[in-house]
Design a protein around this ligand. Structure first.
Ligand SMILES: Nc1nc2c(c(=O)[nH]1)N[C@H]1C(S)=C(S)[C@@H](COP(=O)(O)O)O[C@H]1N2
Ligand SMILES: [Mo]
Length: 405
């Protein structure tokens, strides 16, 4: 539990509040104003959402260290414990990846509208696309003596890599979470121990001095303020792995969730998602005039967003939106794609309405390279995670339909 004065030292100086919809101050939880998110492909740091389960640690970069541990009882791999400092990280090869960070609770408001859920209310502003810099987790592990053969997925154990953070949290002793070791060791997956965001050292809010960047995987695994990284047999037994960030079945609720947590796996890859950022729900459109609808789309696991569709008639017919992307696209004549490419960034898209109809509802949905699209109706779950139902906006309109002369 966070102590009483734990919030006395929050970094208010670098929180530009007009950019955010603040959902809670302690811990600081703020989403981007969605209409701003489509202004640039890379989200400026000062507009990037903040999601915290406790106060922000104030870490002295010179004094900071994290430990790298192997603790695998099930195998003959020797126990290892090394300490690394920022200096050590800067000596490893440096990489950059443009990747979208999405909180699994993005668009939780849509599930709250069905029935109360346990979690911070979020609109569509907890997804942002940034350029992350640092060293690869696989190089950090190798530098600490993790044997190369551990990246073989057929190697029995250990199978997980746990990340734990400095700082207090509201539900546990510390913030800890894990991802599969095989995923972390695959160089194509670009899992980073990141020290930079958009070319600058991480802000305190985003994990200074070092955080995990796990492209294609939900934000909860991108542990900030790293304290240790541990290769181990089992998943993290921390609260945020075991009793949170899972899709429980609709029969599970506050009274019986304890029975269900162990029966369902921790979430990893993001699901296919898209949202309309413009118009916002209160932006007034002119009937009979053209309007350009804008939004973002993303998916997880390195899959590609193949298309985004917009409907103006309640989902009966769907039009193709234009996509702005850094993905290698499938060849538009042969339909062939480069299957070795993995995709970590989001896609911005737009669709021009030639003539805004009166009383119009605009809907969008995306499709990914796994053939997944968004369900037409949201399915409630107790933690309110992974809501990716078709996004609707029903903006007010003014003026009258042009008369047909
Ligand atoms: N140490 C720590 N790491 C954390 C969290 C946290 O509360 N503490 N929140 C996680 C969640 S749920 C998300 S969505 C992302 C948010 O990262 P951001 O605040 O940089 O946007 O950080 C993750 N890493
Ligand atoms: Mo999250």
């Amino acid at each position: 539990m966070a102590s009483a004065d734990a919030y006395a030292d929050e970094p208010w100086g670098h929180r530009h509040l007009p950019n955010f919809i603040v959902r809670s101050k302690e811990p600081f939880n703020a989403e981007a104003c969605p209409d701003r998110l489509v202004d640039s492909f890379i989200t400026p740091t000062e507009q990037h959402f903040r999601r915290n389960h406790g106060p922000i640690p104030n870490i002295d970069a010179q004094a900071w260290s994290m430990s790298i541990e192997i603790n695998a009882e099930s195998s003959s791999v020797a126990k290892v414990k090394r300490t690394l400092r920022l200096d050590d990280l800067s000596k490893l090869p440096q990489f950059e990846v443009v990747a979208v960070l999405e909180c699994a609770g993005n668009r939780r408001d849509g599930l709250k509208a069905i029935k109360p859920v346990n979690g911070v209310t979020w609109g569509a502003g907890t997804a942002s696309n940034a350029r992350w810099g640092g060293c690869r987790l696989r190089d950090v592990l190798a530098a600490a003596g993790v044997p190369a053969h551990l990246c073989d997925p057929f190697y029995a154990n250990p199978r997980h890599v746990e990340f734990a953070a400095y700082g207090e949290v509201t539900d546990d002793e510390q913030y800890a979470s894990s991802i599969p070791l095989e995923w972390a060791m695959n160089p194509l997956n670009m899992v980073l121990v990141a020290t930079e965001m958009n070319g600058m050292p991480l802000l305190r809010d985003h994990g200074f001095p070092a955080r995990i960047v796990a492209p294609g995987i939900i934000g909860a695994r991108w542990v900030k303020w790293l304290k240790y990284i541990r290769v181990q047999d089992r998943e993290s037994d921390g609260y945020y792995q075991q009793r949170d960030y899972k899709i429980l079945p609709p029969i599970a609720g506050a009274s019986n969730c304890e029975e269900f947590w162990p029966r369902f796996p921790a979430l990893m890859e993001m699901n296919i998602q898209s949202a309309i950022c413009r118009p916002t729900a209160d932006e007034c459109l002119q009937i009979g005039r053209p309007y350009r609808v804008r939004g973002y789309a993303l998916t997880g696991g390195g899959r590609a967003v193949d298309r985004v569709e917009v409907s103006l008639d309640g989902g009966r017919t769907w039009n193709l939106a234009d996509m702005y992307t850094m993905q290698t696209k499938a060849d538009s004549r042969s339909g062939q794609r480069d299957w070795t490419a993995k995709h970590w960034a989001w896609v911005l898209w737009s669709f021009r309405i030639e003539s805004v109809p009166p009383n119009c509802t605009i809907a969008c949905r995306a499709w990914d390279s796994g053939g997944n699209t968004q369900p037409s109706a949201a399915v409630w779950n107790y933690r309110g995670v992974m809501n990716n139902s078709v996004f609707h906006v029903h903006p007010p309109t003014t003026g009258s339909a042009p008369s047909r002369l």
